[in-house]
Ligand binder design. Structure first.
Ligand code: NAP
Length: 311
């Protein structure tokens, strides 16, 4: 009997998740617009890129693996009938790659209307990149930070344009020490992967807040979002989740549903002037108090500039 009761509860939760999952209602076309989606070969990024290609945009899939990137490009072209979809190599864990990618875009594309910083990883301990940074922090924060800075002139000259940063509600548990952003003080014993992921997602929102301040009057907007709990590759790398995946999946959105808030921020005409905000289920939501700290956002920007050596 208790088993039937449990099944019924699971069913009710599933119905609730489906009914409250925000859907982008805008039919806005994007013909003539140029969009970059990082991590577009799978999960939320793939569905986002497909949706924007369906709307007629030129979509550049910025992915680290050529085979996965080209496969995704072919699938999107077949599904949407839009041939203007391209794979371009980008490894956010390598500043040289980020600089090469940005230079390529800045020299080959006349405009850039929408930049979607979507790519991220969850699981990485004290692995250091060739730039000497913690892998998780570089892929999730420093790489997207450098990319955004290098593409700002193009975004400004194409205004009105939009920057969308895919964060996570996990940022509520995020905190970091500005003097230890690269985890120099951590050891194999003290490092906490979950803490590092949440800290990087908090950085995504603070970067958005500072972008908004710096971009006032330029016609470039920046917003961040939580996509929901989505059944993608990233959740399979979370140790606790990995063992109970079959049950977690029941409570997850599918990748199409997970992409809706990103697409909404990218296309909704009513958001043309909205900037510096945080969204969830296609509605504005309240981020943590730390994520709204203007002074911390400014300081994080300045420390990040030094670390990526852009100044
Ligand atoms: N799924 C969720 O429940 C959830 C919840 C909250 C927030 N998010 C956020 O949603 C975003 C998308 O994640 P997802 O759920 O769609 O997971 P996913 O399917 O694992 O997608 C992550 C993407 O990032 C790419 N990536 C990883 N390392 C990279 C690097 N060094 N350079 C360039 N690209 C790299 C991956 O490429 P490869 O295929 O080559 O690894 C993949 O395409 C992330 O920002 C994540 O933090 C997801």
């Amino acid at each position: 009997m208790w088993f039937l009761y449990l099944l019924f509860l699971i069913f009710l939760s599933w119905v609730y998740i489906k009914l409250t999952s925000g859907i982008c209602k805008s039919g806005q076309h994007l013909v003539g617009k140029v969009v970059i989606v990082t991590g577009a070969n799978s999960g939320i990024g793939f569905e986002t890129a497909k949706n924007l290609a369906e709307r007629g945009a030129r979509v550049i899939l910025a992915c680290r693996d050529e085979r996965r990137g080209v496969t995704a490009k072919d699938q999107i072209i077949t599904a949407t009938g839009n041939p203007d979809v391209h794979y371009l190599h980008l490894d956010l864990a390598c500043f040289k790659s980020v600089r090469r990618f940005a230079m390529n875009i800045n020299t080959t594309q006349e405009r850039l209307d929408i930049l979607i910083n979507n790519a991220a990883i969850y699981g990485s301990t004290l692995i250091k990149t060739e730039d000497g940074l913690l892998l998780g922090m570089q892929v999730n924060h420093f790489g997207p930070f450098l990319l955004t800075c290098l593409l700002l002139p193009k975004l400004k000259s194409s205004a009105p344009s939009r920057i969308i940063n895919v964060a996570s509600m996990g940022h509520h548990q995020g905190c970091f020490d500005l003097n230890n952003l690269n985890g120099e003080k951590e050891t194999d014993k003290t490092v906490n992967v979950r803490k590092m992921y949440y800290a990087s997602k908090l950085c995504n929102i603070l970067m958005t807040v500072e972008l908004d301040r710096r971009l006032k009057g330029t016609g470039v907007t920046a917003n961040s979002l939580h996509p929901g709990c989505v059944d993608t590759g990233i959740i399979t790398t979370i140790p606790v989740v990995k063992h109970v995946l079959f049950i977690v999946r029941v409570f997850c959105k599918n990748p199409w549903e997970g992409a809706q808030t990103t697409v909404h921020l990218a296309v909704a005409p009513e958001l043309a002037a909205t900037s510096g905000r945080y969204f969830q289920d296609c509605c504005e939501a309240k981020p943590s108090r730390t994520a709204q700290d203007l002074e911390l956002a400014r300081e994080l920007w300045e420390v990040s500039e030094k670390i990526v050596q852009i100044k």
